[in-house]
Design a protein around this ligand. Structure first.
Ligand code: DSN
Length: 419
């Protein structure tokens, strides 16, 4: 039987060969970028399915095109599972990815110039939380709060309260892409209530860990909106979703479509439905527990070997190493060095980084992908030792080759799902 891959190989060998190269790269090395994962084979089946042929503007039962018998089924499954997992009143699963998902919330409830309280990018926030280079940072007035990295990343809620009372934000936003700690959502909510602001949590990184019940859920603290991508710790296809209180459903829906997007990508929505179904299984909770255990062990082993971690450790799936202080190299050199030994990480700014984003002072690591491949505490200790050896010997070709061989040898024992 001729498969889809056979057809691709015959008709477009150039693209096919690049795909083979990427598969080999993913198999050969290990992915430690905390926002990446290896999705389920079932999700790959959905992404490559005929749902990609279908336009479905609108929402189940109220579409602008015919032929929606099956798209309605999958979107309703995804919405139901999202609500169940997050204990939320309503879910919109159409955002194409993380940035439009956050934009849809802002655009539903803010006018240009309105104030939002968000976490400073260098302290762990995200571009869409008001970084000046993002359109969001230009349209809205973001006031950014910081953390105390030297005090385990603590947020000064007294200071935050004073800022909120003075700034009168319309939205109090919490969420992060490089903050290795959990949040006290109740305290955020108290401050927001005091100033009459809406509450929004962007849990893109930890959405899976919340769904798996191993991290706090902002919905339990009464947050108005919780946004998450579906491809990070959740292990699904690239995508975003918004869960919210029922009273905001209409505004959120209108803001996603027709406000911001056209037709949803129904092959992606099918993948989200499958992913959320997997997240409801006991195995997923076990996976999430292991993600946290692996992160703890990786962080502790790195610190024992002399690496300085921002906030002094981790209580989620990620960690940020100050590579300038630890190894005397910048984040770009560190990332390239680890790439050379088949360990994929990303360079990362650290709180109030004096260095520019393309040569920052840190690198960011996380364990969701390695855990998906079945790696456990022992592998984390080995990876930490190899990373330290490579970073200390970054100019030594021989040392790097020997580390790469060991990394790749270990990776052969942990297959990539779907390849
Ligand atoms: N690119 C995502 C991350 O790496 O955290 C966020 O946009």
């Amino acid at each position: 039987m001729t498969t889809h891959r056979d057809l691709l190989k015959q008709s477009d060998p150039e693209t096919y060969n690049a795909m083979l190269g990427e598969e080999a790269r993913q198999r050969r090395g290990i992915e430690l970028i905390p926002s990446e994962n290896y999705t389920y084979p079932e999700v790959l089946a959905c992404l490559g399915s005929v749902f990609t042929n279908k336009y479905s503007e609108g929402y189940p039962g109220r579409r602008y095109y015919g032929g929606q018998q099956y798209t309605d089924i999958i979107e309703n499954i995804a919405r139901r599972r999202a609500k169940e997992l997050f204990r939320a009143e309503y879910a919109n699963v159409q955002p194409l990815s993380g940035s439009p998902m956050n934009q849809a919330v802002y655009m539903a409830f803010l006018e240009p110039g309105d104030t939002v309280l968000g976490m400073d990018l260098s302290h762990g926030g995200h571009l869409t939380h008001g970084a000046p280079v993002s359109h969001m940072g230009k349209i809205y007035n973001f006031i950014r709060y910081k953390t105390f990295p030297e005090e385990a990343g603590r947020i000064d809620f007294d200071e935050l309260r004073k800022t909120a009372l003075a700034a009168k934000p319309k939205i109090v936003l919490c969420g992060y892409s490089s903050y290795p700690r959990d949040y006290d959502y109740v305290k955020f909510k108290e401050i927001a209530d005091e100033v009459g602001a809406l509450t929004m949590a962007d849990v893109s990184h930890i959405g899976g860990l919340i769904a798996g019940g191993v991290m706090r859920n902002p919905c339990d603290a009464g947050f108005d909106f919780v946004t998450t991508t579906t491809h990070k710790s959740m292990r699904g296809p690239r995508g975003g979703m918004i869960v919210c209180k029922k009273k905001f459903a209409r505004d959120i829906n209108k803001s996603v479509f027709p406000g911001l997007q056209g037709g949803p990508h129904m092959n992606q929505v099918a993948g989200v439905a499958v992913t959320l179904g997997k997240a409801q299984q006991p195995e997923f909770r076990e996976y999430c527990r292991q993600v946290l255990t692996n992160a703890k062990v990786l962080a502790e082993t790195l610190m024992e070997a002399g690496a300085e971690l921002i906030t002094g450790g981790t209580e989620n799936h990620m960690m940020v190493i100050d590579v300038v202080s630890s190894f005397g190299i910048d984040g770009r050199v560190a990332e390239e060095t680890l790439d050379a030994v088949s360990i994929t990480t990303n360079k990362q700014i650290i709180p109030d980084d004096p260095n520019p984003p393309l040569r920052p002072s840190g690198i960011r690591l996380g364990t969701p992908a390695a855990t998906t491949r079945g790696m456990r505490e022992g592998e984390m200790r080995r990876l930490a030792a190899w990373m330290v050896k490579a970073l200390k010997n970054h100019g030594d070709e021989g040392a790097l080759t020997s580390v790469r061989n060991e990394v790749e040898e270990m990776c052969t024992q942990f297959p990539v799902p779907g390849i």
